[in-house]
Design a protein around this ligand. Sequence first.
Ligand code: TYD
Ligand code: MG
Length: 461
Amino acid sequence: MAKQSTQFICQACGASAPRWLGRCPGCGGWNTLVEEIVAGKKSRGSLPTAANKPVSIGEVPEDAAARLPTGIEELDRVLGGGAVLGSVVLVGGDPGVGKSTLLLQALAGLAKRGARALYSSGEESVAQIALRARRILGDQSLGDRLQIVGASDVAEVEDAARLARPSALVVDSVQVLRSAELESAAGSVSQLREVTARLVDLAKKERIALFLVGHVTKDGALAGPKVLEHLVDVVLSFEGERGNAFRALRASKNRYGSATEVGVFEMAQGGLAEVPNPSELFLAERPAHASGSVVAPVTPQEGGARAVLVEVQALVGSVGQGNGRRVTTGLASTRLALILAVLERKVGFMLAGADVFANVAGGLTIDEPAIDLPLAIAVASAARDRPCARDLVAFGEIGLAGEVRGVARGMSRLGEAASMGFKRAIVPASTAERMTGNDRSGVEVIPVRRVEEAIRIALDD
Ligand code: TYD
Ligand code: MG
C-alpha cells in the first residue's frame, strides 16, 4: 500500500495546504479546510509503451469515439449524439430532481439496443431500484443486459464491472462511494478525487460509457466541484423547480459535442417523458387577454441554438408608503431592478412605491439579456392594466438609456414563434437588419430602437 500522509484540504475547491488555515488559500472560503489522509505519490515508469507512442491524426481510427445512442432523443442530443464509449459523464442536480430515474431509463434504452448495462447504486437498495425499474420500464424484454448492483466501495464497482462487462455503467452516486485505501469519510474531497480517478481509469481502460451521479450543494455547485469537473469529459446538470414537473438537462462542458444544447423532460407517473416541443408546454396555461403577460422567444442555454417560447408575467401592486417590494421567479432580480429604473427614468412610469412581481411561467430560469424587452412590456402592461396583443412575441436587450439593443439567434427565435402560430415579433432594429432576406418564417418583423416604442406597439396605444 502506498505511504500515507495527511493534508488539509478545502472542501469547497479542493486546494490543499500542509497545515490548518482559517481561510482557504485557493478560494478564500473560511473554515473550509479539513484534515484528510492522502496516499503518497506513486512512482510512474517513464519508458514509452505502445499505448503512448505518438501517431498522426489520420492514423487514429474513426471508432475511437464510438457512440451509443440511448434512444432518449433529448438526452442523446445534449450528449452530442449518444454516450461515447470510454467517456465519463457527470450528472449533477438537486436531490429528487430525477437523476436516478433519467439514468435508469438511459441504461434501459441502451440495453434495448443490445448493449450491456450496469447500474451501481450506493444510495438505494437493489430491491428499490428493481421495483422502480419494473414500474417505469414495464415488461420491456431486456434479457440480462440490464444489471444492478449495490456498492459502497469503489472496489466493489470495479469487481462488478469485471463480472458484468458492461458498455455503459451508472454510478449513483459518486459521493457515497469510498475507497478503503483512504481513511477519510465518503464524500470528502480526497475520497471524491480518488474514487472518481479510479472510475475514470476503469472507463478508459474497459471502454465503458460511464455516468456518475453527483449531488449538488445548497448553493447550486457540485460538492467538491472543481475536483470532479476537470476529471470528467462531460458535465450535465439536471434542473427543475420543486412542485413543477418540468425538467431541463444542460451541458456545461462537453468534450464530445456542443455544450449549448438543452434537453427538456417532464416527470410523470411512468418516469421521465421527453418534451420535444417545450414551447407548447410553457404556453399551455397562458391566460387569455390578461394584462402583464408577454410571450418571449428565449434561448434557455447560454449561447444555445435552441429557442423556446416562454410566458413572462408581471404584476404591479398599488403604490404604497416607502419602497415597494420586488420579487422575481425564474429571472434575476437585478434584471427587474434595471428594467424598472429604465421605465421610471426614461419612459415616465411611477413604480418606486409599488410592489412588482415578475415571473417566467413554467419553472424555467432565464438569464439572457433578450428577456429585457418582454419583461419591460409585461411590467408596462401590468402597470397600465392593458393586455398585450395576443399574436405577438418580443425579444431584445435594454440599455440604461432606454435603447433596445440587438441579440443573437434572431432567426431561430422567429422560427420558434412561427411554429407556434405567432404573427408578429417586436425585434431590436439592429437584429432585424441582420436577419436575412424575406424568409422570416411568415412572421411580421417590427423593428424597434427604443423601449417606449416597443411598449406602444405591444399595448396598441
Ligand atoms: P429520482 O430519480 O430518485 O431523483 P434523484 O436521483 O435526482 O434524487 O426521482 C425522485 C422523484 O421523482 C421522486 O420525488 C418521485 C419522482 N418520480 C415520479 O414522479 N415518477 C416516477 O416514475 C419516478 C421514478 C419518480
Ligand atoms: Mg437518486
